[in-house]
Design a protein around this ligand. Structure first.
Ligand code: PRP
Ligand code: GLN
Ligand code: MG
Length: 506
């Protein structure tokens, strides 16, 4: 679930891109990168690490230009190597740099085809490198002239949609031409468009994964980029938009609302905060309905994402809400860390109990979701160590039983605690006295409440039905073999990647 940003401005963009990436940091903690355009040259800095560690003053000084894009990475394909950090670059046509959020489901076939048909070499195992090559090839097919018309750009995006499957919210800059952003025909990953009047005059445009990035740098939200739509802003600052998909359908990922996005963002006209509050209302009602002899003394969230949900549950049940766990603000999100060992160790480093909130009490712990069970198992143990009498557990998302193929790193069904298990068994495994999951219908209603036009969502992790309809068991077996925890660890040890890197330029 990476974060992407792009600005076509009239003033230097380096600081704004940096600031936007820091507020998108929750979408990817593994690598960060910025590419700007200065004259006919790309300026680039990308490396593994958090935004604050990747960009030092000396890098920022080199990132000159009024146009640029940025990326924070949470790998879901290929490896965590710096060679796969984004933006990606190709030198033809014109020179293109691209940042991608999502995951392609036919990257393997496209990579072979790019070599066979377009004679393009793709150097890494990243699906995003495949995407930039498909786009580059299609732009090249549109015209042999030195100038791209918006019509050429939109025709190329249409061709991309015809060939590429999966999730892709994308922003690219093309040297001497402009900035291009587009969203896949299902709109699985989010993308917003904003603008601001520059102090020196002229309008500056920005696209980003979440609206919160616009807020942070003083841009106002124009609207969401529609599924299948492309937005092109020329070097002269003229904005063009066009629907480029033959049959766009809105089926965005519901997990953005559950966990990934920041609560202060709006995605597809839905307040993420509002959706989480509604999730709490729905789950509170289910608890009241199903647990008749309610003996809960206190409702406690598992910080950070579940806080808004837990508060609403407490209010609905008329039970006190207490922040019984303190979060270490210097530890990032554990779920998006790359290995199980690291995730496991981080829970106790990140959260600590306040004993007085647990001693002798029956507590209801609330989380937004249970994925591998890493957090719930340890946190229940911590609640007991802190003196809790009974520990109940509620999840604002239903049971997660199927792998994700659209930009969430859940490649293996058997790493998921709910895979092949019913509630009672999961309850035993995490060591709770009672466990309750949200119903999928309630979760969908909680989000749809704010935008009734959102008729369908991408909910494959709960149902096993994949909206692109191209995911079969063979694909899932392959994904599992390549990306299960053991395979990823081996990859990071064994592989050395050819790194094409232009950092030293000044
Ligand atoms: O069952 P698991 O595999 O443990 O995954 C689910 C947990 O991971 C996430 O928290 P995370 O620590 O990533 O981020 P947060 O601070 O935003 O809640 C999520 O909010 C759950 O707490
Ligand atoms: N989570 C994402 O959006 C990842 C983007 C891309 N698939 C990568 O692995 O770099
Ligand atoms: Mg959490």
């Amino acid at each position: 679930m990476c974060g992407i940003v792009g600005i076509q401005g009239t003033t230097p963009v380096n600081q704004a891109l940096y600031d936007a990436l820091t507020v998108l940091q929750h979408r990817g903690q593994d690598a960060a990168g910025i590419v700007t355009i200065s004259g006919d040259t790309f300026r680039q800095r990308k490396a593994n690490g958090l935004v604050r560690d990747v960009f030092e003053e000396r890098h920022m000084e080199r990132l000159i230009g009024n146009v640029g894009i940025g990326h924070v990475r949470y790998p879901t394909a290929g490896s965590s190597s710096v060679a796969q950090a984004q933006p990606f670059y190709v030198n033809s046509p014109f020179g293109i740099a691209l940042a991608h959020n999502g995951n392609l489901t036919n990257a393997k076939e496209l990579k072979e085809e790019q070599f066979r048909v377009a004679r393009r070499h793709i150097n890494t195992t990243s699906d995003s490198e495949v995407l930039i090559n498909v786009l580059a090839h299609e732009l090249d097919q549109q015209t042999q002239k030195l100038h791209l018309e918006p019509g050429h750009v939109f025709a190329a995006v249409s061709r991309v949609h015809e060939q590429v499957r999966g999730a892709y919210a994308t922003v690219a800059v093309i040297i001497g031409q402009g900035m291009l952003a587009f969203r896949d025909p299902n709109g699985i990953r989010p993308l917003v468009l904003g603008k601001r009047e520059a102090e020196e005059g002229g309008v500056e445009y920005m696209v980003a994964s979440e609206s919160v990035a616009l807020d942070a740098v003083g841009f106002s939200l124009i609207r969401d980029v529609a599924p299948g739509e492309a937005v092109y802003i020329t070097e002269q600052g003229e904005l063009f938009t066009q629907q480029c998909a033959a049959e766009p359908q809105h089926q965005s990922c519901i997990f953005e609302y559950v966990y990934f996005a920041r609560p202060d963002s709006f995605i597809d006209k839905v307040s993420v905060y509002g959706a989480r509050v509604r999730m709490g209302q729905k789950l509170g009602a289910k608890i009241a309905r199903e647990w008749e002899d309610l003996d809960i003394d206190v409702v406690i969230p598992i910080p950070e994402t579940s806080c808004d949900i837990a508060l609403e549950i407490a209010q609905n049940l008329n039970i006190p809400y207490r922040q019984g766990f303190v979060k270490n603000r210097y530890i990032g999100r554990t779920f998006i860390m790359p290995g199980q060992q690291q995730r496991k160790q981080s829970v106790r480093r990140k959260l600590n109990a306040i004993p007085s909130e647990f001693a002798g009490k029956n507590v209801l712990l609330v989380d937004d979701s249970i994925v591998r069970g890493t957090t719930s198992e340890q946190i229940i143990q911590m609640a007991r160590e802190a003196g809790a009498r009974k520990v109940y557990f509620a999840s604002a998302a239903p049971e997660i039983r199927f792998p994700n193929v659209y930009g969430i790193d859940m490649p293996s069904a058997n790493e998921l605690i709910a895979y092949g298990r019913e509630v009672e068994e999961i309850c035993k495994l995490i060591g709770a006295d009672g466990l309750i999951f949200q119903d999928l219908e309630d979760l969908e209603d909680a989000v749809r409440h704010f935008n009734p036009e959102l008729r369908r969502f991408e909910t494959s992790v709960f149902t096993g039905e994949y909206v692109t309809q191209d995911v079969n068991q063979e694909y899932l077996d392959d994904l599992n073999a390549q990306r299960n925890d053991g395979a990823k660890q081996k990859d990071s040890i064994d592989n050395s990647h050819l790194e094409i890197y232009n950092e030293g330029q000044s």
